[in-house]
Design a protein around this ligand. Structure first.
Ligand code: NAD
Ligand code: MG
Length: 354
């Protein structure tokens, strides 16, 4: 990264030199929620010298954690009333309720409503008044890495978007916030609430969470139905995926192709598009359309209002898939996974948002 603000393809990437810490230095930030993102933002801001108050319900189990991390804790309403910047880091599904009861009645003109994901603003589940700034600083990493990187003097890449600029200072303040949590050390990409929300939802549905698990299950079932052993099918279709993804993460598709055998490369190059063919592409376009026109958002909001009946059923079915039982047994037999899990300080159940 050069000293200058970098222009890559269509996006602007900001680094430490672009951020002015003064834009946040004398402000109070209310961090609502002390989960994955909340604990990282609150502690990083605090260590960067910003005045932080964590907003949690009286009965929240996170209160003790925030207090033992040396942070001041108030109720969400009290924290908002004190703050200049309200960082909304409770789960997306509860944000509209927290906004209605704790944020909206206690915000003042000129304050900032700050998000780490655009869903509720983009789909109008939260409609802020015109006299506040609305920004997003979204680290592209789960919270425990945002915190760990900061402590190691490393950065976490992030996104910055301004939805509403009532004060004329929203952008500068957003960049200063991104710097204070360590994102400009790595690079902050300028985006919009619409682009972040739609690409995030599409990515998790079509490729990362939905696409990949379907590919794994279909591959596994194809082998097992043809009479191969479940153990072999598990290794080929799930376990080895990590090795492939690690290579792509490190050096793109090219590093992966260079690292596998010529046979694997030729077979993959000729058969990949046969499996994930034009029908899959059409289905992806359909998934994208439903993200863009709000169909998916309406479906998910209604599902939550109904008490999550389909979600519960689908989660149970997924848990009961044969590949899960086979995997559990194999992971128990082999030492490689257990070592890795006990080394990490984070809980392995930590929710990862991508
Ligand atoms: P989380 O589930 O880890 O933590 C939520 C916190 O909110 C918990 O401390 C919980 O106690 C608290 N909470 C729950 N209900 C509450 C209520 N009614 N009132 C007050 N507090 C309440 O959430 P998260 O994953 O950190 O997500 C927060 C935001 O960050 C979301 O907008 C999410 O999309 C975004 N985001 C998450 C990640 C990630 O890796 N987890 C990455 C980027 C962006
Ligand atoms: Mg995501």
């Amino acid at each position: 990264m050069t000293e200058e603000t970098m222009q890559t393809f269509d996006s602007t990437v900001y680094t430490d030199d672009d951020a002015d810490g003064e834009a946040i230095a004398h402000k109070t930030v209310a961090v609502l929620g002390y989960g994955s993102q909340g604990h990282a933002h609150a502690q990083n801001l605090n260590d960067s010298g910003v005045d932080v108050v964590v907003g949690l319900r009286e009965n929240s189990s996170s209160r003790a954690a925030a207090e033992s991390d040396g942070l001041r804790v108030e109720t969400p309403a009290e924290a908002v009333a004190e703050a200049d910047i309200v960082s909304v880091l409770v789960p997306d599904t509860v944000q509209p309720d927290v906004y209605e009861h704790a944020i909206e009645p206690n915000m003042e003109a000129g304050d900032t409503l700050q998000f780490a994901h655009g869903f509720n603003i983009h789909y109008n589940q939260i409609q802020p008044p015109e006299d506040v700034d609305v920004t997003m600083v979204a680290p592209k990493s789960p919270g425990h890495l945002v915190r760990r990187n900061y402590e190691n003097d490393e950065g976490t890449p992030g996104l910055l978007a301004v939805y509403q600029d009532a004060t004329g200072e929203a952008h500068e303040e957003g960049l200063a916030y991104a710097a204070a949590i360590g994102c400009t050390r790595a690079g902050v990409v300028e985006t919009s609430f619409r682009e972040e929300t739609e690409t995030d939802l599409f990515g998790e549905q079509a490729v990362l969470c939905g696409g990949v698990t379907s590919l794994v299950k279909q591959g596994y079932e194809t082998l097992v139905d043809a009479g191969y052993s479940p153990e072999m099918a598990y290794f080929e279709c799930l376990n080895e995926l990590k090795l492939i993804v690690d290579l792509m993460y490190e050096g793109g598709l090219g590093e992966m192709w260079d690292s596998v055998s010529d046979t694997a490369e030729y077979g993959g190059l000729t058969k990949g598009d046969v499996v994930v063919d034009e029908h899959a592409r059409e289905n992806m376009e359909d998934v994208l359309e439903k993200v863009q026109d709000g169909t998916f958002a309406r479906e998910w909001i209604a599902e939550n209002q109904a008490g999550r009946p389909s979600y519960t059923q689908l989660r149970t079915a997924e848990k009961n898939h044969e590949i899960e039982a086979v995997g559990e047994e194999l992971r128990g037999l082999f030492a490689w996974q257990n070592d890795e899990e006990t080394e990490g300080e984070e809980e392995t159940t930590e929710e990862v948002s991508i």
